[in-house]
Design a protein around this ligand. Structure first.
Ligand code: 3HC
Length: 308
């Protein structure tokens, strides 16, 4: 499980320093799993308050992990948490994070903002630095369209909650070198995740399949075929999902789901991704989900939106 501790890989290209840009839900989770695996992490966010909240949430989640590994050994729990936290530096300046082997961007899901950031990183970071995005729906090629190091551009797509979900989708752009691909796969393994490789296609693997699933659940409910509760129970007990589609939508955020679906619809024009009126209505009413409870209670819906 996610509680195992992993030693870093010994390959020549092994990543030892990571910069995570964006201190929201996803960014803080990525910083946490990196630090607990022994990486030196720089967490960058333009907002100092977001960084403080991120550190608090990382500390709380590290305690949960530590308690599972070290049971009642208070001294070991304390040192695991302290040592991991000590590996995380924070900064409000991107410039402070450019000298890393790997940079993972987890900022707002807006193409132009991401492009600007990647152009800046390409300019400032050393040649060896690999630039990646945690985007859930924007093509990596578009994000990196203005950069020169196309062989060192890729996606590292994590899942919420990052400390628990064991997958990383490694997005392999057409220009990514084999060496970069290998380095990313090894890095993912070294932070305790299983990596799958996916081309730079709309929704990659997981969201491409989860999108139609949750849209169909919403349409089923809209038609009055079954209650939300029964649909959730159905998928949990009949298909073995840990959460039903409505619980999951609540957890990942209704606004995030709407956003992912809209982007997938624009890119694929497939009917199955057509916006669902019920979801639009609920988001317009500010009903964004209960995901906040599932963290440590200290990320706002806005931070979650930013992170995703
Ligand atoms: N940090 C550390 N540990 C955590 C944690 C966190 N943030 N959240 C939960 N945990 C731990 C708990 O301590 C618990 O450990 P234990 O079983 O050893 O005691 C374990 O995880 C399970 O947590 P809970 O008992 O509180 O609750 P559940 O058993 O209901 O599990 C869940 C919670 C892991 C969230 C589970 O319901 C689940 O897997 N849900 C589906 C999540 C999912 O599908 N995520 C992907 C969304 S899509 C996405 O992210 C892509 C993006 O692009 C949109």
């Amino acid at each position: 499980g996610f509680t195992r501790s992993f030693s870093s890989s010994n390959s020549l290209n092994a990543v030892k320093t990571v910069t995570v840009i964006g201190g929201g839900l996803m960014g803080s989770g990525i910083a946490q799993v990196s630090a607990q695996a022994g990486q030196n992490v720089t967490l960058v966010d333009l907002n100092a308050e977001t960084l403080q909240k991120a550190l608090k949430s990382i500390e709380n989640n590290l305690k949960r992990v530590a308690k599972k590994v070290h049971k009642d050994d208070v001294a070991k729990i304390d040192s695991f948490v302290k040592d991991s936290i000590a590996r995380i530096k924070t900064s409000i300046k991107v410039e402070d994070g450019v000298n890393s082997d790997l940079i993972i961007e987890a900022i707002v899901e807006q193409l132009d903002v991401k492009q600007q950031l990647f152009n800046k990183l390409d300019e400032l970071a050393p040649q060896y630095t690999i630039l990646t995005s945690n985007t859930s729906s924007i093509p990596i090629n578009a994000i990196g369209s203005g950069i020169k190091r196309k062989d060192r551009l890729g996606g590292l797509h994590f899942f919420n909650p990052v400390p628990v979900m064991r997958l990383i989708e490694v997005i392999k752009t057409d220009d990514m070198s084999e060496e970069t691909h290998q380095t990313l796969m090894e890095w993912g393994k070294s932070v305790g995740k299983t990596c799958i490789t996916c081309k730079d296609r709309p929704g990659f693997v997981v969201n491409r399949l989860l999108g139609p699933y949750s849209a169909e659940a919403l349409r089923m409910y809209e038609r009055g075929d079954a209650t939300m509760e029964d649909i959730d129970i159905g998928m949990k007990l009949g298909a073995g999902y840990p959460m039903g589609p409505f619980e999951l939508c609540d957890y990942t955020g209704l606004d995030t789901n709407k956003h992912v679906m809209r982007v997938l619809y624009e890119m694929t024009k497939e009917e199955v991704f057509r916006p669902v009126p019920l979801l639009d209505k609920m988001v317009a009413e500010g009903k964004l989900g209960v995901n906040i409870n599932c963290l440590s209670g200290d990320a706002s819906a806005k931070d979650i939106d930013v992170a995703m």
